[in-house]
Design a protein around this ligand. Structure first.
Ligand SMILES: *Cc1c(COP(=O)(O)O)cnc(C)c1O
Length: 379
């Protein structure tokens, strides 16, 4: 099946009682244990509602199996900790999602896990490898600067040394990028974003091959970050339109990036789909679409960024991303607020930077909204 068809038909549950075509929401937390190997239990990650969603995401990511979590951070933290313990060394890209960055710097020392942050390139990651390195964690495109790393090269160099690889594929989605086909071991998502897609869910997932999933599941049952049946159902429903949504969002983002790049009051646009963007050639090789996230800086001498945000009518200033509605935020005071100003400076998250999550609205309305807000806030 093609990806669009998998979104609709993979996973799923045949409901014998009524013949209804949707998966019922099974609310039980207690199940009969006689005559079965293992009774379902929500925190065991083995209920029908959890299972059907995992199957659909595995089909999309071309993974053998997976674990569905109650947040993206539950998925990421459990996946890393399943593979690295005291004495081990983990390499992470320094442009990672702010929450992942904070998790590592806040807790790894206490857990005895050593770590290095590397720049967004294969040489920097190679240089950081030690004989204790167990895991390499990457993200591409990165949050918020849309940096691109050559995923296959990282996967190859890690595999040759017996190091496991984890990628945060939240920004790309399996519609635009399938990292397991590029050799990555574990794909993690904040399902809160594109997979949920309607800004009303918090969930996450980690998918991989059986041996890795076994380790993640083992730890996940202790840590307990499972997803409830009602939210599993919402996620399953959302995934049916994932391809439709992401294709429209990606097309809109490409057009908005061009509009912004051509505007004299915009100082810089970060979008891997732009021909002169850093990483464009690699992105073209490993992605089927360039995604629907972009970032830009307004020229502070010509436009007041604060005023611009207030003058937007359709585009909503909001934290989080990936919804059907276009949202905008300043990473320095939202997703990356926990980083020190020095660290933000180092990774290029300036106070003027705005991150845009492009929705499914008509492109003409989005461009008109940007146009009027820019004009009203020109100094
Ligand atoms: C939001 C996000 C996360 C964390 O997900 P939660 O669902 O908020 O826990 C991880 N990675 C990326 C890229 C994100 O955007």
């Amino acid at each position: 099946m093609k990806t669009d068809t998998q979104c609709v038909h993979s996973g799923g549950y045949f409901e014998k009682t009524t013949g209804g075509i949707n998966t019922p929401i099974f609310t039980s937390s207690a199940y009969d244990y006689l005559n079965r190997k293992e009774a379902p239990y929500p925190r065991y990650f083995n209920t029908v509602n959890q299972d059907v969603v995992v199957k659909k995401i595995c089909a999309l990511e071309k993974a053998e199996d997976g674990v569905l979590f109650s947040s993206g951070m539950a998925a990421m933290s459990t996946a890393i900790l399943a593979l690295a313990g005291a004495g081990d060394h983990v390499i992470l890209m320094d442009e990672l999602y702010g929450g992942t960055h904070a998790f590592v710097t806040d807790t790894f020392e206490r857990l005895g896990i050593r770590y290095s942050f590397a720049k967004t390139n294969v040489d920097a990651i190679t240089a950081a490898i030690t004989d204790r390195t167990r895991v390499i964690v990457i993200e591409s495109p990165t949050n918020p600067l849309l940096g691109i790393i050559d995923i296959r090269k990282v996967a190859d160099l890690a595999r040759a040394r017996g190091i496991a690889t984890i990628i945060d594929n939240t920004f790309a989605t399996p519609i635009n990028q399938k990292p397991i086909e590029l050799g990555i071991d574990i794909v993690v998502h904040s399902g809160t974003k594109y997979m949920g897609g309607h800004s009303d869910l918090c969930c996450g997932v980690a998918v991989s091959s059986q041996p890795h999933v076994k380790k993640i599941l083992h730890l996940a049952r202790h840590l307990g970050g499972s997803l409830n049946a009602g939210d599993c159902y919402l996620l399953e429903r959302s995934l049916k339109t994932l391809a439709l949504r992401v294709k429209q969002q990606t097309a809109n983002a490409g057009l908005l990036a061009e509009f912004l790049a051509a505007n004299p009051v915009v100082r810089k646009v970060f979008y891997p789909g732009l021909k002169d963007a850093f990483g464009h050639a690699v992105a073209r090789k490993q992605m089927t679409g360039f995604g629907a996230m972009l970032a830009f800086e307004l020229d502070a001498e010509q436009v007041r960024t604060d005023a611009f945000l207030h003058h937007l009518d359709i585009v909503r200033p909001a934290v989080s991303l990936g919804g059907v509605e276009t949202t905008i935020c300043a990473p320095a005071v939202t997703s990356h607020a926990k980083m020190s100003p020095e660290e933000r400076q180092r990774v290029g998250v300036t106070d003027a930077l705005l991150r845009l999550s492009v929705g499914i609205e008509h492109i003409d309305d989005l461009i008109a909204d940007f146009d009027q807000a820019l004009k009203l806030s020109t100094a």
